[in-house]
Design a protein around this ligand. Structure first.
Ligand code: LLP
Length: 386
């Protein structure tokens, strides 16, 4: 259970992210044990949270890194991730980013288009290097999640479609500075009904058979991330059911002995360990509603405004109170979408109370912005001496 040391919060400027490092380490202990028992390769998706202490903790458990920009590759290198465990994906890699990643000698580029492949080949030729490449294939599997975070459908901008795969592979096999060694997939994020992963496995089996017939030697099979977390009951389900998730791939994927299975979990590792802590500025009686106006807003945690996501709200200053009321919990930003919750039944709220927005460890701090000339939120760790 995450315990918030609120008596020590008075010296810290709100809003800030509070990270329960014990929970993060427990989660990492479980996922890395399953991976090592089964010979799986884990690359943490840095995009979920790139806080240096989070990265360092994850690196200490031996995971690799999945990066989507040169900045993320740099953050991973600086946090001490081994270069041969770094993957670099993304639909729009710049020349500078490609050069940096080649110089860092990362494990593999996940390539998303033919023009990108040709560009990597040219840069590698200039540098007299070989670029290891996995082709990101769009398997056209519907992940049944929010449409902004669905990535594996033909209409999405990601990856190479099955129709265009042959052309891509045949070209890759002719390029002298490209070593086509892998296939990469990612069908979406916050996936809770796991059946799309079963479909993904059977599509991958077929694709691997086909690539073999084209003469491609595939040693890396990277199935991306996407496992969801329980936003409504973070205390009851602090650690996702990794066992069931991994078993799907164990059961349904047909790999050769020399083929490695790679995963890129983001949210499922860091989601539950973080909370946004915000202070109540005012309780405002509206005509039909009562508003709890807090000092944190969509600039600190954009998920509710962007994806209509709901983060469980707790009044951690008054959690034992028997008296409750119904509030809209809103931020101070000049946008109506700056709302964390509507009609939330919460223990009585007063000015100065601390509220925790739970399950905000993934895509929270890392997506913060300075809109309205606001300061970025800080971060506090459970082992900090406050
Ligand atoms: N691999 C690739 C290629 C990805 O695009 C992503 C996430 C991941 C791995 C990690 O997926 P995860 O295990 O975290 O589901 N900002 C959104 C989520 C965007 C996810 C983008 N890609 C949100 O707040 O829900």
């Amino acid at each position: 259970m995450t315990v918030f040391p609120i008596e020590q919060f008075s010296n810290i400027e709100t809003p800030f992210y509070y990270y329960d490092l014990n929970l993060l380490k427990r989660t990492l202990g479980i996922i890395s044990k399953i991976a090592s028992d089964n010979g799986f390769h884990l690359h943490y998706a840095v995009k979920a949270n790139a806080n240096p202490r989070i990265l360092e903790t994850i690196k200490d458990f031996g995971l690799g890194a999945d990066c989507v920009s040169g900045g993320e590759v740099k953050a991973a290198v600086e946090a001490g991730f081994a270069a041969d465990k770094i993957m670099f994906a993304g639909v729009g890699k710049t020349d500078k980013e490609i050069e940096y990643a080649l110089d860092a000698n990362i494990r593999c580029f996940n390539v998303e288009s033919l023009p990108e492949l040709l560009n990597i080949d040219e840069i590698a030729r200039r540098k007299k290097m070989m670029a290891r490449v996995a082709v990101r294939i769009n398997p056209n599997v519907d992940a049944h999640t929010h449409h902004y975070i669905t990535t594996g459908l033909n209409e999405n901008k990601f990856g190479i479609s099955l129709e265009q795969l042959d052309d891509f592979v045949k070209t890759a096999l002719t390029l002298e500075n490209i070593d086509l060694c892998g296939v990469h997939f990612h069908i979406g994020s916050q996936i809770q009904d796991l059946t799309p992963f079963v479909t993904l496995c059977s599509n991958i089996n077929e694709i691997l058979r086909h690539l073999e017939s084209l003469g491609a030697l595939i040693s890396i099979v990277d199935v991306g991330g996407g496992l969801g977390i329980d936003y409504e009951q973070p205390e009851e389900n602090p650690i996702p059911d990794f066992e069931t998730y991994f078993n799907i791939f164990k059961k349904h994927l047909i790999l050769k002995p020399d083929q490695e299975l790679h995963f890129e979990p983001g949210r499922s590792i860091v989601g539950q360990c973080g909370s946004l802590i915000t202070k109540v500025l005012y309780v405002k009686e509206g005509v039909e509603k009562k508003f709890a106006i807090v000092d944190g807003g969509m600039t600190d945690l954009i998920r509710p405004a962007l994806y209509q996501a709901h983060h469980k709200i707790e009044n951690i200053s008054n959690s034992e109170s028997q008296i409750d009321d119904v509030y809209d919990v809103v931020g101070p930003i000049c946008e109506s979408s700056d709302t964390f919750g509507t009609d939330e039944r919460l223990p009585l709220i007063s000015r100065g109370d601390y509220l925790a927005l739970r399950s905000a460890g993934a895509y929270g701090e890392v997506m913060a912005s300075g809109y309205n000339c606001r300061k970025l939120p800080g971060s506090v760790f459970s082992d900090d001496h406050l």
